[in-house]
Design a protein around this ligand. Structure first.
Ligand code: RUQ
Ligand code: CUA
Length: 660
């Protein structure tokens, strides 16, 4: 995220005595922490942290779970990227999770983790996250910390304003960063036809209340701008959702200059309740589309991928009252809604103030038709003065994102001036500021985007670290800074490096997640097509050149552990069932020379490794996870014979071989 061009920033930066983004070494004065900081982040060995923080991995495509306040990394949850550490995206069961309309896409750029909400509060059930590159939304089950579903979104490029959810997780949304021609209009369009043929599409993905299942309910076809971020209304403003848009100039080249021409861009306000009614009344238009819908079934421990072929759309220019634009200075990025649902805070990357819009004034302006022109002839632009509640003056440089605490304060990150600024939501007065090392993007407060923030901790997610840690070659880690927000003045407690780029994080009280935790999968409920529920059922079956190995793992052996009769040219599928029924006893499985990753099989689960032997000979396999004192004994051998050999399939463990 380096979207602030030098040319535009130069004047602003001149104001700074020492600009951090050019790498001159800032004084470390601000690094000083209070004497009690260590005590506030110290979580004694064996004790749990109070809070889970879920950080996006950015270009790692994954999500990382940390404990707060200790900053301890608890788990990397694989989502959009293959993960050799546990076989996600490598095992036969999980490969379908990464299927798309473009085929297998084993990577993405994940920006915004979003906790599911009930009555506007984090409920601890699911975590959603967007894939920015090949537009997708994933849902992670927080009982298992596994990715449960991935839905591709058609008609959009760069799913950045995503996957923000409505007050009761009725919908998660996905909006386009790169407007482009709709998928059914993908003829050979010249790029210069941007204004005529390019469109934006706002996806509303319906989330099933009971099981979280996602479905693309409808898409609003909107003018071709760059849509950046979103937040839904809550309480009184429930039923609306707000998106920032930049590049309202509709430039298709050199955006750093051409998309920074206008003094104001827009916040797009969408009445989604109304859209829902229109769809229910049959006003939607079905258009062909192609997008993958991948679901991981927790009983079969297997994912399936279906390609969907249609989407319902609404052209917003045809339905007055659905969409309004509010002018917003200048190239807005974040848009955030206060806990009471009444104030809408936008952050213009190039603006010198933070505009705060009033939901009530917006309704009044709509009522009184206080318009300042139309977009595409039909979508009203509301008058800035009519919808503005006020401006936070002189907040700093490069405001990006705002979250809220439980005491009526808002906190905004300043990318360019590298600080977090605290201000009062009712009178818009600045109370405090604290340096950030360096250039914060998002920030996160426990429950800070919900109706009932918990407050206490703030994470500043910093893009640049420079001199903060021991150097690691040209690439340095991004960082998180933990700030205590219980007092009047913010206090730095801790900073720690992260994996990938933590664009955004969500923090939730651990208790809300702990109550649902799954410790292992019940073997009796395992419906995997290749499950082996006891050692006596293990077998090796040949069918043409396909060989299925039904294997079990339990401390401390893999069964069978002597397998013969495999031939060059065979495709071998090893289905490993972990028979353990206890917490924290995974078994791993790896084969020498396999052009694949390992498997890491949870207790009660079945996972399948596909292996195509490349050489004849003896090939060892073993458990990779140190599971018991005799883990090193947990091993076996395949015998691979030349193609055409007549060695029969034989398999055994601890006894004379059984011949098939
Ligand atoms: S972004 S640094 Cu991709 Cu959410 Cu704002
Ligand atoms: Cu099982 Cu090591």
């Amino acid at each position: 995220m380096k979207f602030l061009p030098y040319k535009l920033l130069a004047p602003a930066l001149a104001l700074l005595a020492c600009s951090t983004i050019y790498g001159c070494k800032p004084g470390k004065a601000g690094s000083s922490v209070d004497a009690d900081a260590a005590q506030k982040v110290y979580v004694a060995p064996g004790k749990y942290d109070e809070v889970y923080a879920f950080l996006s991995g950015g270009f790692s495509g994954q999500v990382a779970a940390y404990g707060i306040p200790s900053g301890r990394l608890l788990k990397v949850i694989p989502v959009f990227s293959q993960n050799p550490e546990n076989g996600y995206g490598y095992s036969e069961e999980t490969k379908p999770m990464l299927n798309t309309s473009h085929g297998f896409v084993p990577w993405d750029d994940a920006h915004h983790p979003e906790l599911s909400k009930t009555n506007g509060e984090d409920d601890g059930r699911w975590l959603f996250i967007n894939g920015n590159n090949t537009p997708r939304i994933a849902r992670i089950n927080l009982a298992t910390f596994k990715t449960a579903e991935i839905l591709e979104l058609p008609n959009i490029g760069g799913n950045h304003a995503s996957p923000f959810c409505t007050e009761n997780t009725e919908y998660v949304v996905g909006n386009t960063r790169f407007s482009e021609p709709l998928d059914n209009n993908k003829t050979d369009n010249p790029i210069s036809s941007f204004k005529q043929t390019f469109k934006g599409a706002v996806s509303f993905v319906k989330v099933n209340k009971d099981n979280g299942a996602m479905n693309l309910a409808f898409q609003l076809i909107v003018p071709a701008f760059n849509y950046d971020l979103a937040h839904a209304g809550k309480g009184p403003s429930h039923g609306w959702i707000f998106f920032t848009c930049y590049n309202t100039e509709q430039a298709n080249t050199l955006l750093e200059v051409n998309a920074s021409q206008r003094d104001k861009d827009f916040i797009m306000a969408v009445n989604w309740k109304k859209a829902e009614e229109l769809i229910a009344a049959g006003k939607g238009t079905k258009i062909p589309a192609k997008y993958a819908h991948n679901v991981y079934n927790e009983n079969t421990h297997t994912a399936t991928s279906v390609i969907e072929t249609e989407t319902q759309t609404i052209d917003v220019t045809k339905f007055p009252g659905l969409v309004y634009y509010m002018p917003c200075p200048k190239s807005p990025h974040g848009v955030d809604v206060s806990p009471d649902g009444l104030s809408i805070v936008a952050s213009g990357k190039l603006a010198a103030i933070i505009p705060v819009f009033s939901y009530q004034k917006m309704l009044d302006a709509i009522d009184k038709k206080q318009y300042d022109g139309m977009v595409e002839g039909n979508i009203p632009v509301l008058k800035y003065e009519a919808v503005l509640r006020g401006e936070v003056k002189k907040p700093g440089l490069g405001p990006l994102h705002t979250e809220f605490d439980d005491k009526g304060y808002a906190y905004t990150t300043m990318f360019v001036s590298s600080e977090v600024v605290k201000w009062k939501v009712d009178n818009l007065e600045i109370i405090d500021r604290i340096p950030s090392y360096y250039s914060p993007g998002h920030l996160s407060i426990v429950g800070g985007d919900s109706k009932k923030p918990y407050g206490k901790y703030l994470l500043s997610l910093n893009k640049i670290t420079k001199d903060r840690y021991l150097p690691t070659g040209p690439e340095l880690a991004q960082a998180c800074q933990l700030i205590d927000i219980t007092g009047n003045k913010m206090k730095l407690l801790l900073d720690f490096p992260t994996i990938g780029e933590p664009h955004y994080a969500q923090m939730i009280l651990a208790d809300k997640i702990l109550k649902n935790k799954v410790k292992f999968f019940k073997l009796e409920d395992n419906k995997n097509a290749y499950v082996t529920k006891s050692e006596k059922d293990t077998k090796v079956v040949r069918n043409g050149n396909r060989v299925d190995v039904y294997m079990t793992a339990i401390r401390s052996h893999l069964a069978p552990d002597n397998i013969e009769g495999i031939k060059l040219g065979d495709e071998v599928y090893v289905h490993v069932t972990n028979l353990e029924q206890d917490w924290d006893v995974p078994h791993g499985f790896a084969i020498k020379g396999a052009n694949n990753a390992e498997l890491l099989v949870m207790p009660g689960e079945t996972c399948t490794l596909k292996w195509v032997p490349g050489l004849a000979g003896i090939v060892p396999f073993y458990c990779t996870d140190f599971c018991s004192a005799l883990h090193q004994e947990m091993q076996g051998y395949f015998r691979v014979s030349p193609a055409g050999s007549s060695v029969p399939i034989k398999f055994s463990i601890g006894e004379n071989p059984v011949t098939q």
